[in-house]
Design a protein around this ligand. Structure first.
Ligand SMILES: Cc1ncc(COP(=O)(O)O)c(C=O)c1O
Length: 447
């Protein structure tokens, strides 16, 4: 897109006018009928009398929350206008104990790493033993969690990120039963799975035994950016404590527009969501079949049937080249890496969007497969706690000069926001090269 004027508004207007097919977040795609014609700036208010108050809700906001709890079958569902990040901060604050450890895989989102650092929690990593084909992060089996827990007597929670960015789902029910046996809460970052409740069968983590679950509603449902849900499934956690935990981190001025969109979405979830997601999954299955016939590969394991993640190397091209091909057909993907392109379809993509995607796949001419490098497991050594490292005096250095130093922050390509290095970890030569390969040129290190 050629930019003619400076500033955000001209960019957004041009992007909108370009008519590009949005296979990226947010899932409303600028196309959710309930928002059409709403006078948005007139609806952006604050906590005036009668408007309720997010962190002490007992009026109109609480009514929406109660409807969503019914829709999701939760004990309580709380709105967030601070994204899933705020829900993750609250989940970890609810489970935190002084000096507590959280058992998790390493592909957790940077928001969880930062929240643990602030709360003085330390991760104990479980390493994926499944679904790692094509250089994807993979998932860890319940047995791997049980083993990690046997070495972590001071664990205060298990933290699962599922589905991952590529739509690969972990065995939530299996990990939940491991947690029950240890009497520990299972916290699930379900950022990419708010819609899973509306598939058949229901695959939502709360339905599979999560104690607390954070859904980034704007990623897969018709919600404005920043709208998310915190669901409570376990009676050990109560609503008032969860509200307090959100208030600990959240802005005192949550956006009424974002909350309005969570409310409008509740009406959609009560009515058309199941029907629309069933149709979406059929469309995605047909696109997947077409892509496979052209040589693309799909992630191994249990996939979210509403997401389209395509491995491009098996079709003889890099992710970047395939993304250029998609853009030439008017399709903007969600994520592109050397070997993968992630598309995020939703019920609010139009038939014309799907036609473009189909035409792009039809027109693609595969070539002999390219080699798929198997990423090395680096397992950097932790020499300081997360908290010590983020609070330590630090300096910003070019990555090329960071070998032997200790990271003072999490560093991740975004998306997907999964850190390559975490605070407190020592930078080895290999890690330094990996950061540079991802185009990350500077890093804050402990002085
Ligand atoms: C796995 C995961 N968790 C959490 C988040 C943070 O969600 P939000 O951007 O809604 O705050 C993201 C965002 O991309 C994510 O991918």
């Amino acid at each position: 897109m050629n930019r003619t004027e400076k500033g955000l508004l001209p960019f957004l207007e041009q992007y909108n006018a370009s008519g590009v097919s949005r296979f990226h977040m947010p899932a409303h795609k600028g196309n959710f009928p309930l928002y059409a014609g709403l006078p948005l700036s007139r609806l952006d208010i604050t906590e005036v009398q009668g408007a309720d108050s997010l962190y002490e809700s007992d009026g109109v906001i609480a009514e929406t929350e109660a409807r969503l709890a019914t829709v999701y079958g939760s004990r309580e569902t709380l709105l967030s206008a601070g994204g899933n990040t705020l829900c993750i901060q609250a989940m970890l604050a609810l489970a935190a104990r002084p000096g507590g450890k959280v058992v998790c895989t390493r592909n957790l989102h940077v928001s969880a790493v930062n929240a643990m650092a602030l709360l003085g929690l330390e991760p104990v990593f479980v390493y994926p033993d499944r679904d790692r084909a094509g250089g994807l992060p993979g998932t860890a089996s319940p047995a791997a969690y049980a083993q990690a827990l046997s070495g972590a007597p001071d664990a205060c929670a298990v933290y699962l990120t599922t589905p991952d960015y590529f739509g690969v789902r972990s065995d939530v029910a299996g990990v939940a039963s491991v947690c029950r046996a240890r009497g520990l809460p299972l916290l699930v970052d379900n950022a990419h799975g708010a819609h899973l409740r509306f598939l058949s069968p229901d695959r939502h983590p709360l339905s599979l035994g999560a104690s607390l679950c954070a859904d980034s509603a704007h990623k897969t449902l018709p919600v404005f950016t920043g709208g998310a849900y915190l669901h409570i499934g376990d009676p050990a956690f109560d609503r008032a404590a969860a509200k307090d935990a959100m208030a600990l981190f959240g802005s005192t001025s949550p956006s009424y527009l974002t909350m309005l969109s969570l409310d409008a979405c509740a009406s959609y979830l009560e009515t058309d969501a199941r029907r629309d997601f069933a149709a979406l999954c059929q469309t995605v299955a047909a696109l997947e079949a077409l892509a496979v016939s052209k040589g693309f590969s799909l992630p191994a394991g249990d996939r979210d049937p509403a997401r389209l993640s395509l491995g491009t190397l098996s079709a003889g091209c890099t992710g970047e080249r395939f993304a250029r091909h998609l853009r030439a057909h008017g399709v903007e993907p969600e994520y592109v890496s050397n070997g993968w392109v992630v598309l995020l379809p939703s019920p609010f993509n139009t038939p014309a969007d799907f036609d473009r995607l189909r035409q792009a796949l039809d027109a693609f001419i595969p070539a002999p497969p390219l080699p798929c490098p198997v990423p090395e497991d680096l397992h950097p050594a932790r020499v300081m706690t997360l908290r010590e490292a983020v609070l330590a005096p630090c300096e910003l250095l070019p990555v090329a000069r960071c070998e032997g130093r200790v990271a003072a922050c999490a560093k991740s390509p975004c998306p997907p926001g999964v850190p390559l290095v975490m605070p407190g970890e020592k930078i080895t030569g290999k890690l330094k090269n990996l950061l540079a390969d991802y185009g990350l040129n500077a890093l804050k290190v402990v002085k």
